[in-house]
Design a protein around this ligand. Structure first.
Ligand code: PRT
Ligand code: ZN
Length: 286
C-alpha cells in the first residue's frame, strides 16, 4: 500500500495519554520523543499529527487529517462536517450547568435573564433555546469556574469529571447537557485505499475495547457443582473444563464482562468455586 491514513491526536492534554495508549494497544508503534508535529508509524500505514484538540474537527473536515481522536464535546461544539465512527472509552466527562451553592438560583428556569459563562457557547445556546430560557452567554476560554465568584456571571456551563473543581469553587451541578467521551471522527470522503486502512484500524480498536471490557476467569470446582457453576459463566461459547490431578475436581476457564464481574464472582464462591483467578485480556477477536 502506498497511501497512509493521517490521524489527528491531541498534542498534549487530557486526551494525549489515552490516544497514544490506544494506538500502542492496537500494535501501532509511534515515538513522539522529539515533540514533533507529525510522525509516521513504523509498522502500520498511518501518520500521527499532533494538534490542539479544538482544531481537530476542522482539520478532519478539511482533509488535513483523515481521522481524529477527540472529545464528543468538541465535535458537538465545532459542528463540522465529519463522521463520528467509534467511541474510544477514554476522556469521559459531562458538560453541565452549575450554580453557586448558596445563592438564590435554584433551578434551570431561574437562569432566565441571567448571565452564564462557558467555553461551549454553541451547545449552551441550543440547550437554552430548546428550554425557552433567555439567558446571556459570556464566552470565556479557560477558568470558567471562577466566573461567578468574580462577578462575571451568575452561573457556568463547563466540563465536569470528578466534580472537585465545582466543589472547590462552591458551585453545584444543576443539569447535565451532554455526556462525552473520546470518539474517532472521520473525513467524509476518504479514498478507497484509506478506507481499507481505517477498517483495519477500527477492527483493532474494537478488539482492544472488547478485551478491556472483559476478564478471563480461572477457577477450581468440585465436579458435583460444575453444572451450576457453568450456568453462571457464559464464556465466549461455553466454559472450558479440564480435569484436575486431584480426582473429583475440575478447572473451569471462561470470560466474563466487567459489568457483571462482582456479581458473578460472589455467586461462584457461594456455589463452591475455589482458587478463583481473574486475568486481564490483551486482545479479543470474536
Ligand atoms: O491545548 P488543547 O486545546 O489541546 O487542550 P485543552 O486545554 O482545550 O483540553 P484538555 O486537555 O483540558 O481537555 C481535552 C478534552 O478532555 C476535553 O475536550 C474533554 O473531551 C476531555 N475531558 C475529560 C476534560 C475533562 N475530562 C475535564 N475534567 N476536559 C476538561 N476538564 C476540566 C474542566 O474543564 C474543569 O476545569 O477539568 C475541570 C473539571 O474536572 P473535575 O475532575 O474537577 O470535575
Ligand atoms: Zn482545547
Amino acid at each position: 500500500m502506498s497511501e497512509t491514513l493521517k490521524i489527528a491526536v491531541q498534542k498534549s492534554g487530557r486526551l494525549y495519554e489515552g490516544s497514544m495508549k490506544l494506538l500502542k494497544e492496537c500494535g501501532i508503534e509511534v515515538s513522539n520523543g522529539n515533540n514533533q508535529l507529525r510522525v509516521k508509524a513504523a509498522n502500520f500505514p498511518v501518520e500521527i499529527f499532533f494538534l490542539r484538540d479544538d482544531d481537530i474537527p476542522e482539520y478532519v473536515q478539511d482533509a488535513v487529517a483523515d481521522i481524529g481522536f477527540v472529545g464528543e464535546n468538541v465535535v458537538r461544539e465545532k459542528n463540522k462536517q465529519v463522521d463520528p465512527l467509534e467511541k474510544l472509552g477514554f476522556g469521559k466527562c459531562r458538560l453541565s450547568l452549575a450554580i453557586p451553592k448558596n445563592g438564590t438560583l435554584k433551578s434551570v428556569a431561574d437562569l432566565d435573564g441571567k448571565k452564564i459563562a462557558t467555553s461551549y457557547p454553541v451547545i449552551l445556546r441550543d440547550y437554552l433555546r430548546e428550554k425557552n430560557i433567555n439567558a446571556s452567554i459570556h464566552e470565556i476560554s479557560g477558568s470558567v469556574e471562577i466566573a461567578p465568584r468574580i462577578g462575571l456571571a451568575d452561573a457556568i456551563c463547563d466540563l465536569v469529571s470528578s466534580g472537585s473543581t465545582l466543589f472547590t469553587n462552591e458551585l453545584m451541578e444543576l443539569e447535565v447537557l451532554l455526556q462525552s467521551e473520546s470518539v474517532l471522527i472521520s473525513n467524509k470522503k476518504l479514498t478507497a485505499e484509506k478506507k481499507i486502512i481505517l477498517e483495519s484500524l477500527l477492527f483493532r480498536i474494537r478488539s482492544v475495547k472488547k478485551a478491556r471490557n472483559n476478564k478471563y476467569v480461572l477457577l477450581n470446582a468440585p465436579n458435583d457443582k460444575l453444572e451450576k457453576i457453568c450456568s453462571l459463566l457464559p464464556g465466549m461459547r461455553s466454559p472450558t473444563i479440564l480435569p484436575l490431578a486431584e480426582s473429583g475436581w475440575s478447572s473451569v476457564h471462561s470470560v466474563i464482562s466487567e459489568g457483571d464481574f462482582w456479581d458473578i464472582i460472589e455467586q461462584l464462591k457461594a456455589n463452591g468455586a475455589q482458587g478463583i483467578l481473574i486475568i486481564p485480556i490483551e486482545k479479543m477477536i470474536l
